[in-house]
Design a protein around this ligand. Structure first.
Ligand code: E4P
Length: 219
């Protein structure tokens, strides 16, 4: 399973990319607002940090405007990074029209704010490169988010659909394990959850005791 980082915080991306585990980045307006840098600053740097899909969201509500906005974003990014630009498009009828048009122009899309397998199927039919079901928000709403991932994986597998499934809105390490067991293509994970995946108290205790015992070894 590929691992994307779900943040616009450039320091977090830089540090976690240095571990050699990142395949891409997802951002959204909330994450961009949190990091306090200008959009231009972020896009100037983010492509230099990870060589994989970098997801940037459009905010227009009409299909034509979404396509225009997507092309504006593309025009601000140096040609050598164009293969990594992925435009996040919200899941509605205008979004589907925009996905179709961008797909025709060879621009990768990630249909976001997906909460059902039917939405994922429609996004894939429109030509989405990726779909992003938001499992944490479903859990928060009293619905089993992972069940939607299971349904999408079954459907995409039945019909050899090439659209990749990004498990999004991940809240804790168990979500990551469940996504991987279901064969999801990608999990996009907040930095704090990636750190939790890396840690285990027995590993820390083991390192400590090995270091202590090494002092007793005759050298
Ligand atoms: C995915 O691309 C989104 O940025 C993200 O996973 C949303 O998660 P949230 O529910 O924690 O806001």
């Amino acid at each position: 399973m590929k691992i994307f980082i779900d943040t616009a915080d450039l320091n977090e991306i830089k540090e976690i990319a240095s571990w050699g585990i990142l395949d891409g980045v997802t951002t959204n307006p909330t994450l961009l607002a949190k990091c306090g840098r200008s959009f231009q600053d972020i896009i100037d740097e983010i492509f230099t940090l990870v060589d994989g899909p970098i997801n940037l969201e459009v905010l227009s509500e009409k299909a034509d405007d979404m396509v225009r906005e997507a092309k504006q974003i593309v025009s601000k990014i140096p040609q050598k990074y164009h293969k990594n630009i992925t435009i996040k498009i919200p899941m509605d009828s205008e979004g589907l029209i925009a996905v179709k048009a961008l797909c025709k122009d060879g621009i990768k899309t990630n249909v976001t704010l997906i909460f059902s397998a039917n939405q994922a199927l429609l996004a894939a039919k429109a030509g989405a490169t990726f779909v992003s079901p938001f499992i944490g928000r479903l859990d928060d709403n009293g619905q089993e988010g992972m069940h939607v991932i299971e349904e999408i994986m079954d459907i995409f597998c039945n019909y050899d659909i090439e659209t990749e499934v990004i498990v999004a809105s991940i809240r804790h390490p168990i979500h990551v394990i469940e996504a991987a067991r279901l064969g999801a293509d990608i999990a996009t994970i907040p930095p704090e959850v990636i750190r939790k995946m890396m840690k285990h108290p027995l590993t820390d205790a083991g390192i400590k005791s090995f270091l202590k015992d090494w002092e007793k070894v005759k050298k």
